[in-house]
Design a protein around this ligand. Structure first.
Ligand code: NAP
Length: 249
């Protein structure tokens, strides 16, 4: 029997890697996309294969249109056409006030987090849509509670890019609802990953956890489980939904 084929962007580390491992344990074949860290991606591929799934790794910068087109084409010719897409790759820069943002920083954030995610959605819809002869599919976007809080004094640019993903999720869900495609999003809160070091504060989760009602940071596995639910038929009546995984914050 053919297995579903999941493409997870940014799956070499953090939430993406945890999602790859969890989906492999529930009988998906997995495409692990990464940007720069090939050895980390290879490690995740080995873990996925050890769980009995077929896997491939594809280097692609999601902010680059040619890379995104090549990624979907390479996936089709290795594992097969994508059936489930997790738009997980995302970046942020060191904490800063808006008045100090450079245009280069803004362009990088929006070209990766927003345009990159939209390009991946575009290529997935081309493959999945029953209107185009596809069999349908499921997309999950990884947004952030920052879309709600706005991340003042830290990264309003990042928060705004995640706000755009929430709009994308709702709009695209309605646009393709009759074409066999469901589109939902998760909004993680503070999760223990490398990302906080990119923001200049590796221990940020332990600082913020005091204002989280559950009084702790989240794990990558806790986010992965919600992504898995939204990808599965267990969420068959959910589309355009945005689910917080944030300990109540
Ligand atoms: P992470 O540990 O920093 O990992 C980021 C992943 O994205 C890596 O696999 C990286 O690849 C990949 N990536 C970065 N830029 C890319 C690009 N241009 N093209 C393709 N891949 C790219 O991040 P994380 O914390 O797991 O975050 C995953 C998602 O969750 C992000 O969208 C983030 O905004 C969201 N999120 C995280 C938190 C949190 O507290 N951690 C909270 C809310 C939302 P390389 O390894 O090759 O560099």
């Amino acid at each position: 029997m053919t297995k579903p084929i999941a493409l997870i962007t940014g799956a070499s580390r953090g939430i993406g890697a945890a999602t790859a491992r969890l989906l492999a344990s529930s009988a998906y074949d997995i495409c692990i996309n990464y940007h720069e860290n090939q050895s980390a991606a290879e490690k995740v591929m080995k873990q996925v294969e050890d769980l009995g799934s077929r896997a491939c790794i594809i280097q692609a910068d999601i902010s680059n249109e040619e890379d995104v087109i090549r990624m979907f084409s390479e996936l089709s010719s290795t594992l097969g056409p994508v059936t489930h897409l997790v738009n997980n790759a995302g970046i942020l820069f060191p904490q800063s006030r808006l008045e100090d943002f450079s245009v280069e920083r803004l362009q990088k954030i929006f070209s990766t987090n927003v345009i990159g995610t939209m390009l991946c959605c575009r290529e997935a819809v081309k493959v999945m849509s029953t209107k185009n002869g596809g069999d349908g599919g499921v997309i999950v976007n990884v947004s952030s509670v920052a879309a709600r809080t706005g991340s003042p004094h830290e990264y309003i640019d990042y928060a705004s890019s995640k706000g755009a993903l929430d709009s994308l999720t709702v709009g695209l869900a309605c646009e393709v609802a009759e074409e066999g495609i469901r589109v939902n999003a998760v909004r993680p809160g503070v999760i223990y990953t490398d990302m906080h070091a990119d923001g200049g504060e590796p221990d940020r989760v332990d600082r913020i956890k005091e204002i989280v009602p559950l009084k702790r940071g989240g794990t990558t596995e806790e986010v992965a489980k919600v992504i898995q639910f939204l990808l599965s038929d267990d969420s068959s009546y959910c589309t355009g939904s945005i689910l917080d995984v944030s300990g109540g914050r």
